[in-house]
Write a protein that binds this ligand. Sequence first.
Ligand code: SF4
Ligand code: SF4
Length: 431
Amino acid sequence: MPSVYNWQLGREMSYPHEERHPKWQFAFVFNLNRCIGCQTCTMSCKSTWTFSKGEELMWWNNVESKPYGGYPQNWDAKLLDMLEKVNPGAQVWDAQETDPRKKPYGTFDGLTIFEAAEKHPSAEGPQQALGYLPTDDEWRSPNIHEDTPTGDHFTKDMQFGGSVQLPEHKVWFFHLARICNHCTYPGCLGSCPRNAIYKRPEDGVVLIDQSRCRGYRKCVEGCPYKKAMYRPTTRTSEKCIACFPRVEGKDELVSPTGAPAETRCMSACVGKIRMQGLVEIDDNGEWVPAPKSPLYYLIRERQIALPLYPQFGTEPNGFYIPARWVPRNYLIQMFGPGVEHAIDQYSCPDRVPLGVMQLFRAQRQILFRYEIDSGEKVAEVEVTMPDGTSKTQEIFNDTVIGYNKLDEEVVRITVEEPTFERPAEIHVNSI
Ligand code: SF4
Ligand code: SF4
């Protein structure tokens, strides 16, 4: 297999195709501290794209309660287990040496899904990526184990009050919202024997050409996130298309001037956990430095948002601010060695990240640039840090301004939410 550079792993890795990169890359940040599991995103996607015959079990966007939930069931535990069996005790990171551009989280010393398949061919014949085909039963219950907690101290005589105190809750769960990660090195694309899957050069969106697909389901097997799905009525596979007409600025209602807009699931998010963007990529596949891009700032500049299971090796372009009450070992397995740093940053953000985080779900057009106008200090708050110590956070009422791709101002928001006092007169609803 050719060798490609994966910045999330901090090293070269094998991939079935030569290294090629789009000019811009679809990417997103989800803040897991804010997801309430309302499934509005799930339904906004379903009612837009997968409401037809044969798509009944297809949820391009899903939200699962971790650690027990999963769609398909146990998708991540199963693949982690397969990788561990291929490379016992060696699926580890070396986080000693880091470099913000080439290896921000250190180096992954284990095997990716591509390397595991190469080194250990399966009994059924060669695979391009280590994976498996979920059973029909595993696809059947997208929201199984909803809101089911876990914890070592979950006994009948437990003290409920004491179980939910930072820095880590003793009894915990969290909602993990997921869509296709429009990976840089997609497992679905690498596994397709028909070359029916492609990555668009203009925005990195990964699509399945329905006229080429013959329904072999190798993409379903090879996507580690299980975001390629089979449709029995057409005998083809389908997947999230990143609402590409919106990303192209073709939705006149949302983008009257033709600027790119966020997807339906992003726009609908009630918990304001989501921010989508397009990040610029250079010819070597590196993110062009853009500290004034909200996404670049959160992911690359401050490393507050981390990739989901980077060790799988597909270089996913979905990034998550980890839920700060969850035991660290679980989070490190899911997001890599950057977890402590990310939670530290998020727990007590200084002025710029606090300002940038106001932009989540503040506008449906994609924000390419932000500016911050300084405001007055309005509060001091005591914060419990991840190591259990206490820190004072100063809060300033800064104004954050967001610009679209055409550099038009499309949002202006203050850190302190404005409040309005109702006049003391009699209203229709007054008693
Ligand atoms: S998440 Fe899965 S379906 Fe989406 S691009 Fe990556 S490998 Fe392909
Ligand atoms: S709409 Fe937002 S808050 Fe609701 S489940 Fe989806 S990601 Fe979570």
